[in-house]
Design a protein around this ligand. Structure first.
Ligand code: UDP
Length: 382
């Protein structure tokens, strides 16, 4: 019999499983509905030998030495500094919009504007676009209006089906106006891509005494919670008294009994080109045109710069409907959806030793490092 059941084999589940096995000697089963480990971080070589991220670009970045050191047990790193440009008509400007972008857009007026920005917010500041828009100064308002219109509005409409003013401000705040000349997308101390890919991390992490991996298996197939009100957990039909760490979509686990939790999904379309490079940077954001939000060219991420040809992916956002094959990528956090989530969360709060972890299970926007940290904390707490 198992001490713990872990549902979901992404970073949340894999880290917690490894920690419980290694530091507590637990015997556990980790399951995933997909036919591979790694969740949305799964990557693989495509038929041309380019390492692609099957579920969209994942660039690791963190200021947490604890997280970096922990993952470094399982991988070496390609020290990639991610840079993104926004394609605004015929021009490509650094995103986040920074002092270099300012110069490209405002030309001769840029030094004066830069001084105003730095005097107001300080050098190196990260100013959320919605905050900049509220400024009283006409020049700062003009910058904000340009950035809002040309960087955020169309991209966010595509990504979320709503304007930046209508969504959780934390989402647009992820990509601030940056008062520096650092063109990198992230300013974190540690950043990079696992040298042999993400999937290899998961394989190493899970190859440990006491961990059994079961793929192609839905949580609901093996785990049942009943009866309502006096919740007990059943594993394969028998009462289960160990810990359950659940990282999947909670509404679906409970058959959407209170209604579906809304998520955004993405349609990834891969293309291969028989030429060395497709675009100027690892990611180009299409902030004023096209139906896709961004194009990722994987060789920049993997460091396969000498490959003679190249693979890209275009991301087309869409609503998640729950249809077979669709994947929920992003929670849509707002008061209404969060209170629906709480109804589901209340169901599991009655159950001893049932833990929720991760983007789906916690209905929250987490980066890789944040979820690794939470998984380490949870394993310590259990
Ligand atoms: N965003 C935008 N334009 C950009 C980049 C980001 O409008 O060029 C907004 C958009 O709403 C997006 C959010 O900022 O969903 C967060 O961007 P991030 O790159 O962090 O998204 P992720 O990589 O997590 O999809």
């Amino acid at each position: 019999m198992y001490d713990c059941i872990v549902i979901g084999c992404g970073f949340a589940g894999a880290v917690v499983a490894r920690q419980l096995a290694e530091t507590r000697g637990k015997k556990l089963l980790i399951i995933d509905s997909r036919d591979h480990v790694g969740g949305n971080c799964f990557d693989r070589k495509d038929e041309y030998g380019i390492c692609i991220h099957q579920y969209g670009p994942h660039i690791f970045h963190t200021n947490s030495k604890r997280v970096y050191d922990y993952l470094s047990r399982f991988t070496d790193w390609y020290h990639y500094n991610h840079e993104v440009v926004g394609k605004i008509y015929e021009r490509e400007i650094p995103v986040p919009f920074n002092l270099n972008s300012l110069e490209m857009v405002f030309g001769g007026k840029a030094p004066e504007l830069e001084k105003k920005l730095v005097d107001r917010f300080g050098e190196g500041a990260r100013v959320p676009i919605l905050e900049l828009m509220n400024d009283k100064d006409d020049d700062l308002k003009e910058i904000a209006a340009y950035v809002y219109e040309n960087v955020f509005l169309k991209y966010t409409m595509k990504q979320w089906g709503k304007s930046p003013k209508e969504i959780d401000p934390a989402v647009s705040g992820r990509v601030p106006v940056l008062l520096s000349r650092d063109n990198r997308y992230f300013q974190d101390e540690y950043q990079g891509i696992p040298l042999d890919g993400y999937t290899a991390i998961f394989e190493k992490m899970l190859a440990f005494d006491g961990i059994e991996v079961r793929l192609n298996c839905q949580g609901k197939e093996v785990l049942r919670v009943e009866p309502e009100g006096r919740e007990k957990v059943y594993f394969e039909g028998k009462p289960f008294h160990g810990q359950v760490i659940f990282t999947g979509a909670l509404d679906e686990f409970f058959d959407c009994r209170f209604g579906r939790l809304p998520y955004r999904s993405l349609d990834f379309r891969f293309e291969h080109y028989d030429k060395p490079f497709y675009q100027s940077h690892g990611v180009v954001n299409y902030t004023v045109s096209e139906d896709f939000t961004r194009i990722t060219e994987f060789k920049y991420l993997s460091g396969q710069m000498d490959a003679k040809d190249t693979t890209i992916v275009k991301e087309y956002p869409m609503a998640y409907s729950g249809k077979q094959g669709e994947i929920p990528y992003y929670a849509i956090n707002n008061a209404e959806n969060d209170s629906l989530f709480e109804k589901y969360r209340d169901l599991v709060e009655q159950i001893p030793d049932f833990y929720l972890l991760g983007r789906l299970a916690e209905y929250k926007y987490y980066n890789i490092d944040a979820i690794v940290e939470r998984a380490l904390d949870l394993a310590e707490r259990i």
